[in-house]
Design a protein around this ligand. Structure first.
Ligand SMILES: C[S@@+](CC[C@H](N)C(=O)[O-])C[C@H]1O[C@@H](n2cnc3c(N)ncnc32)[C@H](O)[C@@H]1O
Length: 351
């Protein structure tokens, strides 16, 4: 077996967050800095299967131990969530000390996958879907690839505002270019998700893992998650198919009414595909859009490079995610850019 590439994982820790997020999250900034400089933390990440070799998995695993009540980690993460960490660098050092004393705490959980189910991306989906269907209000079907717990299959159930209005379910999104938020969204006929490991909001372990994937310093995301768990039973029902994207796409289309437009979307998923899977997925989706009443919305990091879609260097450096829209009978076009969690959105002029 080849020796682990520690330089590669060091870079992964170093570039784990977008520059704007490093500024907002002093505890995670300090923790990533500690992890990047620690040989055990490098080895642990290097031991993870390639498609999940993401520092978020290490961060989520530590957070999971805290949420389970670890005597040292629990209070640190709790203080971080309440904005009460007085010395984030010292807290990060204490977390690293726990990792060094009890590496099993992490290594026993690294079978998991990063499954952050981020509703903030719904603010972006709402804008792109509204633009896609323009003035028509015909019903659509939605298929989400990499649906995690299926929260974004209900992307149309969330209010979107530029500022916090006190409702924990509100998605706060700053539109950097004019976006017509008054447009009506089309009624949704069917909502089908595909995921190798669908999570269930009614299952306690799944809920805990979804919370662990949130960033501890973002209290509002935690409150929103709790509000979603409470509201979910009154939302439209969704179907989740278990399996990889290409294994279950046909089944998902079989569950969708062929007389309506089917919108397939993936948000922060193709990043986890193998290069072969990415190519095959792109070919499959673009073929379906060319040949039938299908549209495809892809919101991914700039690490995912779709053929014919140019990734802008400046967007890459500010850690923006690329929004690519393929309309029916059309080819993929860059629609715009957004924050990875939908905190801001910008439509490109020629989309
Ligand atoms: C980072 S989460 C994003 C979840 C959701 N799309 C969102 O934006 O909130 C990535 C999800 O993709 C799923 N996934 C990974 N590989 C996949 C594949 N080959 N096909 C379908 N889903 C996959 C994971 O299980 C995980 O739930």
């Amino acid at each position: 077996m080849d020796a682990p590439d520690l330089d590669d994982v060091r870079k992964r820790y170093h570039f784990a967050l977008a520059p704007e997020d490093y500024e907002r999250l002093p505890f995670y900034k300090a923790l990533l800095h500690e992890l990047e400089g620690d040989s055990l933390a490098l080895e642990l990440l290097a031991s993870v299967r390639l498609e999940q070799r993401n520092p978020m998995l290490i961060l989520a695993t530590l957070h999971l131990a805290a949420l389970r009540g670890h005597p040292v980690l629990g209070p640190i993460y709790d203080a971080a969530r309440h904005g009460q960490l007085e010395d984030p660098e010292d807290a990060a050092r204490r977390v690293l000390a726990v990792l060094r004393e009890t590496p099993d705490l992490l290594s026993g959980e690294l079978w998991r996958s990063t499954q952050t189910n981020e509703p903030g991306r719904g603010a972006v989906l709402q804008a792109v879907v509204a633009d896609l269907v323009a003035e028509t209000i015909n019903e659509i079907n939605v298929i989400e690839v990499g649906a995690s717990a299926g929260i974004n299959l209900c992307f149309d159930q969330f209010p979107v505002r530029a500022k916090d209005d006190g409702n924990p379910l509100t998605l706060i999104c700053e539109d950097l270019t004019p976006i017509d938020r008054s447009r009506r969204l089309p009624p949704v006929n069917s909502r089908v998700g595909i995921d190798p490991n669908p999570l269930d909001l009614e299952n306690e372990d799944d809920r805990l893992w979804l919370k662990a994937c949130l960033w501890p310093e973002e209290r509002r995301r935690h409150e929103r998650f709790d509000a979603i768990v409470a509201a979910r039973p009154s939302w439209p029902s969704v179907t989740e198919l278990s399996g990889r994207a290409l294994e279950r796409l046909d089944d998902a289309f079989d569950l969708s009414d062929a007389n309506s437009l089917t919108v397939v979307f993936n948000t922060w998923v193709a990043f986890y595909f193998t290069p072969e899977e990415q190519r095959a997925y792109f070919n499959e989706l673009t073929r379906r859009c060319r040949e039938s009443n299908v549209a495809w919305i892809s919101i991914e990091s700039t690490m995912v490079q779709w053929p014919g879609v140019k990734v802008d260097e400046e967007a890459h450096h500010r850690g923006a995610s690329q929004i690519v829209l393929t309309r029916p009978k059309s080819s993929p076009r860059l629609w715009g850019w957004c924050h990875a969690h939908g905190r801001w959105l910008e439509q490109t002029t020629d989309s």
